[in-house]
Design a protein around this ligand. Structure first.
Ligand SMILES: O=c1[nH]cnc2c1ncn2[C@@H]1O[C@H](CO)[C@@H](O)[C@H]1O
Length: 321
């Protein structure tokens, strides 16, 4: 008999690769998506909520609640860095989709996360695809959250490689470095999937054509919105393909054997020219002094990925929709 599906909450800032990840999750029998929570990042939070509702309507899954998250960073910062140049002004490839019919639930993202963790202790995985504000606020508001949440799989960080906002920082960590540091040091079961891994997972032009030729509902929708994402990668990375950041994180949560991991303590630089830098202490040396990494809980960091398997699985699930 198949195992009981894992409960998933997707914290998201849709976003083109968020849309891909959400659709993959909805087509994955290993998991049950019990809610979407929204955050700023690729778009502002208000638009993230609207896009989350829209994507669920496209998928025919309006039974899944959407809880709106924070509009500001954990330090109440309002100067947000929004990646509309990656995803289009509407976050979904400038397609001018009509507004959704549905509304978010009354509960805030933070309240929803805490409630679900308490309802199903140890059973809920949060996959965080944007800055970590909501997750960190849940950790701060409910001291038992870090232990009650099953796992936090986060798309973020650039471990021993350049970032994508600047050489130091990856976008989701850069978006709220203080929140990221709270999450990494919370004692929760954390798996970080950084761009050191997701930059190996590329969807090519040929893959996109294959999606376009398939009759899959999700595949057809995504082909409409992918142009902007491809154009950005051509311009910024000189490549004819796109990085599958969010789908890789979702699939790592669904099937952990797609990645290999290392364990260690991660701290985040919160200020200065290296703000958003993620530094993993690999514990291969005992330092003479007490450091900011000493006595902090250990997290998991993805180090390799079966890129071929991730692309294949994503394609299959989108085409069969
Ligand atoms: O060049 C970029 N700048 C800012 N954000 C980006 C860029 N490329 C992708 N993303 C977005 O940020 C997350 C990965 O860091 C992904 O969710 C992706 O959609």
């Amino acid at each position: 008999m198949a195992a009981k599906p894992k409960k998933l909450i997707i914290d998201t800032d849709p976003g083109i690769d968020d849309a891909m990840a959400i659709f993959v999750a909805l087509r994955s029998p290993e998991v049950e998506v019990i809610g979407l929570t929204t955050v700023y990042g690729n778009v502002y939070t208000t638009l993230a909520t609207r896009n989350a509702l829209h994507l669920l309507e496209i998928a025919g899954r309006t039974d899944i609640p959407v809880a709106e998250g924070s509009h500001v960073t954990i330090t109440n910062g309002t100067k947000l860095r929004i990646a509309d140049f990656v995803h289009g002004a509407d976050g979904l490839g400038n397609q001018n989709f009509p507004p959704p019919n549905g509304k978010p639930i009354e509960q805030s993202a933070v309240d929803f996360l805490i409630e679900q963790a308490n309802l199903y202790p140890g059973e809920v995985t949060v996959v965080a695809l944007g800055p970590l504000t909501n997750v960190a606020l849940a950790i701060e508001r409910d001291p038992s959250f870090a232990k009650k949440i099953g796992q936090i799989v986060l798309l973020g960080g650039a471990f021993s490689v350049n970032g994508n906002v600047n050489p130091a920082a990856e976008a989701n960590i850069f978006g709220d470095p203080d929140a990221a540091d709270v999450v990494f040091t919370s004692g929760a079961d954390v798996l970080a999937v950084g761009i050191n891994v997701t930059h190996q997972v590329i969807m090519t032009d040929a893959d996109r054509e294959k999606l376009a030729r398939s009759g899959g509902k999700f595949a057809q929708y995504l082909c409409r919105i992918l142009d902007v994402y491809f154009a950005y990668h051509r311009e910024a990375y000189f490549m004819n393909g796109v990085y599958l950041h969010d789908p890789t994180a979702i699939l790592a949560a669904i099937n952990p054997s797609l990645v290999t991991i290392t364990e260690g303590v991660v701290r985040v630089q919160t200020t200065g020219i290296t703000g958003g830098l993620t530094i993993l202490y690999n514990r291969q040396k005992r330092f003479a002094e007490v450091t900011e990494w000493s006595d902090k809980p250990v997290v998991k960091v993805a180090v390799t990925v079966d890129a071929h398997a991730v692309v294949k699985l994503m394609m299959e699930r989108l085409m069969d929709s």
